[in-house]
Design a protein around this ligand. Structure first.
Ligand code: PEP
Length: 250
């Protein structure tokens, strides 16, 4: 099964109106790509980026987070409906920084996936083990637990509209990327696990790798049969570096 690659840049809490404008102008230099190219600015810049990318239709907009509630007295939160109003297509859910710094549990992550799907957003479900868990041989157990919590709430069929990002916590922002083979091994296991519930879903679901991806490592990464793209943090703030990663995706 041919799955379209996705290269998504997660800008995290970086940027200003001026730097976002420069970055998007740089990204609009993109040459034709078979990959879907996604940008994930902080909330305040969503409308600025939406307006800049709309005429060209080459970049797709994502948000970094959303509330698990639909609306109401949740000061400081942003709802799924607000994101669709701003032409957002994808939303990161369960990024390890949300899980570790803001206490997002598997259950909260599952609720967020549910409200995102109900609003017509495509969740990019981030999963992955800590270094301690990897060293204890728990990598697959952790990834399967994180995915199972979502399946329990939305069902396996919903994964037709969910992208998975395998992001080992020890590789995020550390410069210590998993090797292409390490990524492939985990992606293959995640897909096999989904296949035990639905083969068609497992064959269709796009599984991205995230964790210190750079242009220099992406070409080998993208040759792996179960790696369907990348979620890129630090390197996505440099238009040239990010576009080189997009180029490597073909
Ligand atoms: C991320 O934040 O999702 C990420 C993968 O970051 P980095 O590429 O900087 O490791």
């Amino acid at each position: 099964m041919i799955r379209q690659k996705i290269v998504a840049g997660n800008w995290k809490m970086n940027g200003s109106k001026a730097s976002v404008s420069d970055l998007v102008n740089g990204l609009l230099e993109i040459s034709e790509s078979s990959a879907e190219v996604v940008v994930t600015p902080p909330f305040p810049f969503l409308s600025q980026v939406a307006e800049m990318i709309a005429p060209r239709n080459e970049l797709v907009l994502a948000a970094q987070n959303l509330s698990q509630y639909e609306k109401g007295a949740y000061t400081g939160e942003v709802s799924a409906a607000m994101l669709t109003d701003f032409k957002v297509t994808y939303v990161l859910v369960g990024h390890s920084e949300r899980r570790s710094l803001y206490g997002e549990t598997d259950d909260v992550v599952a609720e967020k996936v549910k409200v995102a799907l109900s609003a017509g957003l495509k969740p990019i479900l981030c999963i992955g083990e800590t270094l301690e868990e990897r060293e204890a041989g728990q990598t697959l157990f952790v990834c399967e637990r994180q995915v199972a919590a979502v399946i329990d709430v939305v069902g396996i069929q919903a994964f037709d509209n969910i992208v998975i990002a395998y992001e080992p916590v020890w590789a995020i922002g550390t410069g210590l990327s998993a090797s292409a083979q390490q990524a492939q091994d985990v992606h293959q296991a995640i897909r096999a696990n989904l296949a035990s519930l639905s083969t068609p879903v497992s064959e269709k679901v796009q599984i991205l790798y995230g964790g210190s991806v750079k242009a220099s490592t992406s070409a080998e990464l993208f040759t792996m049969p179960d790696v369907d793209g990348a979620l890129v943090g630090g390197a996505s703030l440099d238009a040239k570096e990010f576009l080189d990663i997009v180029k490597a995706a073909g």
